[in-house]
Design a protein around this ligand. Structure first.
Ligand code: FAD
Length: 625
């Protein structure tokens, strides 16, 4: 007999980055939320690296903040050093990154969850769902208790049938030291879902006192750091250094010799690992010509004696890990808190989802995070936020929150997930975003605030505050139409080695010169004054945003034109029960893939691997009939 413990609007299964954002989003939208997690003490745990953001990740950190999420605020509140990466490249791919104190980060996130009056935390393991006519109605715990709800979001991360490998040692677990989850995969398979196996890995944690720091290179963050969140008003992070060391041929030889002891090479691991975050044994095998690899020593928290060695993710036996690292200058006497390890887990290929992250099979059931085959905190958090919001939209019978590929990295991420085959952990790159010029980290607030406010994800106050910040940019852009006289600017141009102007010239034309940046211009002459209602760190960014908009004006116009041309096709809807098998002029591969994925729009159909432009045009003709 089922014992229903309590009724909720939304159940969130999992307290990782996806579960947290999902629970908080649903709570901000006014729902009565229950967050079920196997261990209350691990809510917000960072499974791997002590950092938030990075290449193509920082943009999502910002987007999550623009949608009222907690990740960016927690990074600002726990950051040890902040850096904008990719500065040598165009501003469209600049990405913020924060080295954080893992413990403070967890505490910050926990406080947000605990202080939300409409979130109840339940410790338990979900083993199956309650269903009514193909709609979700709740979840059943291993204890036999049931919780009822109108929507359920599964964010089980690496826990589903998780298996840890350290050399030949194998441990059933969800993460080191935490029990895995067994039963859900088998239950979902019985409902007709398809699952597969992936793997990811983490490096050893070093004892700081065993490192010879004199032999390492110090790396500091930016002198004028930029926070992630628009809500951060006081921001004075400490700029704690990280350090780097280099591997060498002796270290490589040891790894090469023991390659067959790594479960990745011995055939013990069947799951595929992340191509762009490879293990050290993978790097040494694949890039055998490389003489060395850089390893970064990062504190796990402030004054921590536990050091994360970024770049040395591995599943080699502990003795090999230690022997190889002891060949590296500075690590001759190194000792471990714990060795690196790999974990294999079940995931559900995400083409089984709609763009709202609701499953196509079961109404009201959503998947978010690593369960969808992604890897990374920001990938998980972004999906969690969208799934949590849509779990509420589902109950309220409202249109789902969906972002276009031209609107947000989150849009690119989810569109890729629902249209592409997942053979390896999915990770975001700026190169995946064809409209990356339009979706800069620095314009995340202006891109998303309106949608966030309309969906109830941010308060009116925050909406107005973000709008006010971006008005500084708009006013600056408008002021750049004014002309400067030769006397106003020629001394600066000559100092920059630029040719002087002979007559009055619009300021924006001068700014378009590659050597000129906005701070070279006489801003007071143009009537641009310091805004007192914006913190200085954000004011700099708003000025940079104005500069980027002007410098890239031509390219931005071109992308917008391109977008207009394809948007008609992009949004052409396809009925969910459309019968592709009867269209003989489609290739057999396209018929099979389209039948499996069941795309929602022609745009999605065109991006499915195996669907050629010729197939897309056949489909377009059928849809027009
Ligand atoms: P998780 O953070 O895994 O959280 C899952 C949550 O679900 C947990 O709270 C768990 O208790 C709960 N749960 C699971 N099953 C149940 C159930 N049945 N009932 C109730 N609760 C349940 N990312 C990178 O970007 N780079 C890396 O190098 C990297 N390395 C990693 C190495 C390891 C060893 C691990 C474990 C992860 C690594 N990641 C890495 C991935 C990153 O940590 C994850 O992508 C991200 O944390 C996933 O977030 P999530 O919310 O989906 O799941």
């Amino acid at each position: 007999m089922k014992h229903v413990l309590k009724n909720f609007d939304v159940l969130i299964v999992g307290g990782g980055h996806a579960g947290i954002e999902a629970a908080l989003a649903a709570s901000r939208m006014g729902s009565n939320v229950c967050l079920i997690t196997m261990d209350k003490g691990t809510i917000g745990r960072m499974s791997c690296n002590p950092s938030i953001g990075g290449l193509a990740k920082g943009q999502r950190g910002r987007e999550i903040g623009g949608l009222g999420g907690v990740m960016g605020r927690a990074a600002d509140g726990s950051g040890l050093q902040f850096k904008i990466l990719n500065r040598s490249k165009g501003k469209s791919v600049w990405s913020p990154r924060a080295q954080v104190d893992k413990r403070v980060y967890e505490q910050y996130v926990n406080a947000q969850i605990e202080n939300s009056i409409n979130i109840t935390i339940v410790a338990g393991e979900v083993v199956s769902l309650l269903l009514t006519n193909n709609s979700v109605a709740g979840a059943r715990l291993r204890s036999g208790e049931c919780l009822s709800a109108h929507s359920v979001v599964l964010t089980c991360g690496t826990f589903l049938n998780g298996l840890i490998h350290v050399g030949e040692r194998k441990i059933r677990a969800g993460r080191m030291g935490e029990e895995g989850s067994e039963g859900i995969t088998e239950y979902l398979l019985s409902l007709g879902f398809v699952s597969n196996r992936l793997k990811t890995g983490t490096p050893p944690r070093l004892i700081a006192d065993s490192v010879d720091w004199k032999k390492t290179n110090e790396m500091l963050g930016d002198k004028s750091p930029t926070p992630f969140s628009y809500r951060t008003t006081k921001f004075n992070p400490p700029n704690v250094p990280c350090f780097s060391v280099l591997t060498n041929s002796s270290c490589h030889d040891i790894i090469q010799e023991d390659l067959n002891l790594s479960p990745m090479f011995s055939g013990d691991v069947s799951g595929v690992g992340p191509r762009y975050c490879p293990s050290i044994e993978d790097k040494i095998h694949r890039f055998s010509a490389r003489k060395s690899h850089t390893l970064f020593l990062e504190p796990e928290w402030e004054n921590s004696n536990q050091i994360y060695i970024n770049g040395f993710s591995t599943s080699l036996p502990e003795s090999t890990q230690l022997k190889a690292l002891r060949c590296v200058a500075g690590l001759e006497q190194v000792k471990f808190y714990r060795p690196g390890y790999a974990i294999e887990y079940d995931f559900f290929p995400s083409s089984q989802l709609k763009s709202s992250l609701e499953t196509k099979n079961i109404s009201g059931l959503f998947f978010a995070g690593q369960i969808n085959g992604t890897s990374g905190y920001e990938e998980a958090a972004a999906q969690g936020l969208v799934a949590g919001a849509n779990a509420v939209n589902h109950i309220m019978n409202r249109a789902p929150l969906i972002f276009g590929r031209d609107e947000a990295y989150m849009g690119v991420l989810i569109d890729d997930l629902v249209t592409k085959d997942t053979f390896e952990p999915y990770r975001m790159f700026t190169s995946r975003a064809e409209y990356r010029l339009l979706i800069r980290y620095s314009n995340a607030g202006s891109r998303l605030a309106d949608k966030a406010y309309r969906h109830g994800l941010i308060s009116e106050n925050l909406f107005e505050m973000i709008s006010k910040y971006f008005q500084i940019s708009s006013r600056t852009i408008a002021a750049m139409n004014a002309s400067l006289k030769p006397d106003d600017i020629n001394p600066t141009l000559l100092a920059l080695g630029e040719s002087p102007i002979k007559q009055k010239c619009p300021a924006k034309e001068i700014l378009k010169r590659p050597a000129v940046n906005i701070n070279h211009l006489p801003l007071s002459v143009l009537g641009i004054n310091d805004s007192t209602d914006c913190p200085s760190f954000l004011l700099n960014e708003m000025m940079m945003e104005a500069e980027t908009t002007i410098k890239y004006e031509g390219y931005i116009k071109r992308q917008l034109k391109q977008l207009k041309q394809i948007s008609k096709q992009e949004h052409k809807p396809i009925p969910i029960d459309f019968n592709y098998l009867k269209i003989s002029s489609l290739s057999m591969e396209a018929r099979e893939k389209l039948t499996f994925v069941r795309p929602e729009t022609l745009g999605q159909a065109m991006r499915i691997s195996g669907v050629t432009p010729a197939d897309a045009s056949v489909l377009s003709i059928y849809l027009s009939r």
